[in-house]
Structure formats: C-alpha cells, structure tokens
Design a binder for this molecule. Structure first.
Ligand code: BES
Ligand code: ZN
Length: 456
C-alpha cells in the first residue's frame, strides 16, 4: 500500500520521538506516589487520538482513567477493539538500570525504558498505524475502537467493572492486543493462550516489637523463622505445588499441542544463558515451554522481615511478610485457588503467630480459537510486516481482561506480540527493539486491511 508505506517511512523519527515523550512519564500504577504521572499518561494518549479526530473520551473510574476512542463509522465493515495499557510496573531496583528508567535511551538498536515494550511501545504501534491510514488514505478500511487502560499491571479490577456495565460501547468483532512477544528474533508469533494469576500477601506477627535475640531468642516464636518454614512446605521435590486440590481442574495438554511445542526451535543452553542460570529446575514431567505456558505455579515475589541495612543486627523481628503469586492455567478457578491457599495457611499457622492472608484481584487463564478467520488474517498481516510467517504459541504471562472480553463481549482476542523474550519486562533495563517497533506499525497497518476484508 504505497501511500501508507510512504507515510510510515517519512514519519519514523517523529514516531520514535513521540514514544519517548510517553516513556518519560513514570506511570507506575502500583505506587500511589506516581498517581499524577499516571493521569498525565492517560491525557497524553487521549491527545494522540484527538490529533487525528477520533471521538475521544477520558473515562474516570474508581482508580485510573480509561481512554476510549473511536474511528468514524465505515458501513458494512467489521469492528476491531484495540486494547492496551499506559501504566507500567515499578522500575525497582533502580541501581541496576544502565540508563534511568524514565529517560528513554537508544543503545544497540533498542529503546531502553520502563514500559518500552510493556506496553507503551507495543500499544503505540496501533495508534501510529491508524494515524497513517487517516493521514494518507483518508479513512480506515474497518471500524476501530481503542480502549487503553491504566491499571493492567495491578489487575484491571476497575476495567472489569466498566466492561460489565458498558458492553454496548465496546461491542466489536474481535479484540486486538499487542502486549506479548515474538517467539524469537525473526520468528513472529500469535499467542493463543495466556496463564491467569492470583496474587497474595501473607503477614506473620509475633512479639509486639522487635526483641533482642540474645535476651529472648529461643523462648518465643520468631515470625521470620515461622514464615520461612511454612513457605518451604509449598513445593515438593518434583517442584509441584503441595496445596491440596491445586491441580484438580486442569485440562491436560493434548499430544498434538505437546508435539507442536516440541517442534518449535528451542536452544536450552541459550535460554539458560539468557536467564543467567546453571540449570532448569521446573515441574517434573514437562518441557520448559510446557512449564512456562501451560502449568500452574506458585512463586514468592517478595519476602520481608527484620533488619535489611548494612551490618548485623541481632533481633527477633516482630513481623514477617511474603508476597507471592500463583500463575493459573485455563479451567482453574481463581476463587477456588484462593480458598485453597487460604485454608492451607490457616491449617498451618504456627503457635505464637497472628496471621493475615490477603488475596489481591485475580484472573483466570485463557485460550482462544487458533483456527479463527481473524487469526488467519492477522497471520497474513504479520508476514507482510515482519517478512516471516508467525508461529502459534502460548505464553505464561497474564492479561487479566482477556477472559472478560471473551465472556462479556463474546469475542476472541488476537494477541499479536512485537516484543522479544529478553526484553526485560518487569525487570531492570526493559527494552524494545526499534526495528520491531517500526515492523509492528507496518504489520498493524496491514492488519486493518486484512481484517477489513472479513465479514462484518
Ligand atoms: N505484558 C504482560 C503480559 C505478558 C507477560 C504476556 C509475559 C506474555 C508474556 C502484562 O502487562 C503483565 O505483565 N501482566 C501482569 C498482570 C498482573 C500484574 C495482574 C502479569 O502477568 O504479571
Ligand atoms: Zn503489559
């Protein structure tokens, strides 16, 4: 499509500069200290849609606002709903970043910044492809709605409520999300399954204040000792989770799916090098891809107690706290798993400890139909944009709202990832490959053409 291709080529640098503006806003949804900047990111995104005259609304919720924008109506064509998020994970640990997280920097063909790939950079590809259609062709070949939220990284609870009462506004034929990864460099992917999640925080309280461990140690329950003991019982020698009923509802992998995963190129030594580990130690009986994409887990995300500054300090801490989360797979019910986890802790609460177990908002795992015409159309667009046919994969991360799109809107989601596995999402030195940013914009602009050919 010459007019669009020309427009994209002529505007590459401006697109990068604009993405840098968005990346400079520290829109960390988890930390109340950043609230004004999270809101500024919402306004920045809304201004983008207004610049090409989409009907645009910044919709308040009990948390951070939703940005909703809609293209002018094109009769007889299908409607795509593009979802993305303008919030980011906390940048910590700050000292590990080679350039500051909110000062986007280009090194070795990559943009380094918190949110570069997750999800500002990926989400922005769809905004720029739409701009290209409007500014070069004059109109889109289908109807597009955008829904960009600011609470994905904290579970999307307010969007879930909005969706329940505004299904009409969001009505569409399919959802499009770029918030996942390619399978490998040069191997683009369409993701047809994601894991779900449920996150917890458990606090053990003992003495009313920190105690001298010499004067009192040995006579009372140490909350840190006690918490470590309980946490250590959560896995067995096969790396399986020990909580009763945890695996009850899982649908086992089919032989076809196992064969499909086994056929994907996979270099174990390379994978270990990327992670900086000397071996892979997951659940027995499953390949590494199967473990990451299709098996549920329980992992500690943070563990805090007692003295953390330099040098020794001999105390019995008054309390200990652990943040942990379970990745869930399709058919596991987050509410049932929450109940099982809580009852496990209750039955093991040691004497001398007052325990609180808090469950954060959860989301079930999701599978979409890998044979839908939308997937076929997306595969064509990706092949045109990236030069290679995409493979079909599952991924282990979670995008909580996808299940609700399925349940409330009755539509499937196209998970079209432009990122890479080593993009350091949620880690220091998050990056997004610049060439993939531009390929993503291209693939997105072809996607509108391919989807526009389908029945409304
Ligand atoms: N972009 C990720 C989802 C993702 C990660 C997909 C890895 C595929 C592979 C998303 O923004 C994310 O990180 N979600 C959170 C959700 C949670 C905080 C409720 C996640 O998966 O931890
Ligand atoms: Zn994301």
């Amino acid at each position: 499509m010459p007019p669009i291709d020309d427009y994209l080529a002529a505007n590459q640098q401006r697109f990068e500069q604009e993405l840098f503006e968005l990346l400079r806003l520290p829109s960390v949804s988890a930390d109340p200290e950043f609230a004004p900047q999270v809101r500024a990111a919402a306004e920045w995104v809304a201004a983008q849609f207004r610049s090409f005259e989409f009907a645009t609304e910044v919709i308040e919720t009990a948390g951070f606002p939703l940005v909703f924008a809609q293209s002018p109506q094109v009769e007889g064509r299908p409607t795509a709903l593009v979802y993305g998020h303008y919030d980011v994970q906390p940048p910590d640990p700050l000292e590990e970043w080679k350039s500051p997280p909110f000062e986007p920097t280009i090194r070795d063909g990559n943009i380094y910044a918190r949110g570069a790939t997750d999800d500002k950079g990926q989400m922005f590809t769809h905004i720029k492809s739409v701009e290209a259609w409007i500014k070069s062709v004059g109109e889109l070949p289908l109807n597009i709605k955008f829904l960009i939220e600011g609470e994905e990284e904290v579970g999307s609870a307010n969007l879930e409520k909005f969706l329940a009462t505004h299904a009409d506004k969001l009505a569409c034929d399919c959802v499009v999300i770029s918030d996942t990864s390619q399978y490998a460099p040069g191997v683009p992917a369409i993701t047809y399954g994601l894991r779900g999640i449920i996150a917890f925080e458990v606090t053990f309280r003992g003495p009313s204040q920190d105690l001298h461990s010499g004067s009192f140690g040995g006579a009372v329950t140490n909350p840190a000792n006690a918490l470590c003991r309980v946490m250590a019982t959560l896995h067995d020698e096969q790396h399986r989770v020990t909580i009763p009923t945890f695996y009850d509802d899982i649908v086992e992998l089919t032989q076809d799916e196992r064969a499909q995963f086994a056929a994907l190129p996979y270099d174990e030594a390379d994978f270990m090098r990327q992670l900086g580990v000397d071996g892979l130690r997951g659940e027995a009986g499953y390949s590494s891809l199967e473990q990451r994409w299709t098996r549920p887990t329980l992992d500690i995300n943070g563990l805090t107690s007692g003295y953390q500054k330099p040098g020794p300090k001999t105390i019995i801490p008054a309390w200990a706290r652990c943040k942990f989360s379970c990745r869930l797979v399709p058919n596991q019910d987050p509410a049932k798993i929450t109940a099982a986890v809580k009852s496990y802790f209750q039955s093991r609460c040691p004497a001398g400890i007052q325990m609180e177990v808090h469950a954060f908002h959860g989301a079930p795992g999701v599978l979409v139909d890998p044979a839908s015409p939308y997937i076929t159309a997306a595969a064509k667009a990706i092949e045109r944009g990236f030069g290679n046919r995409p493979v079909l994969i599952r991924e282990g991360g979670s995008i909580p709202i996808v299940t609700h799109f399925q349940q409330v809107l009755g539509v499937d989601t196209l998970l079209l990832g432009w990122g890479l596995n080593d993009d350091n999402t949620h880690s220091p030195n998050e990056k997004f490959n610049l060439a993939d940013f531009h390929r993503g914009i291209k693939a997105s602009s072809y996607l509108w053409e391919e989807l526009g050919r389908l029945e409304a």
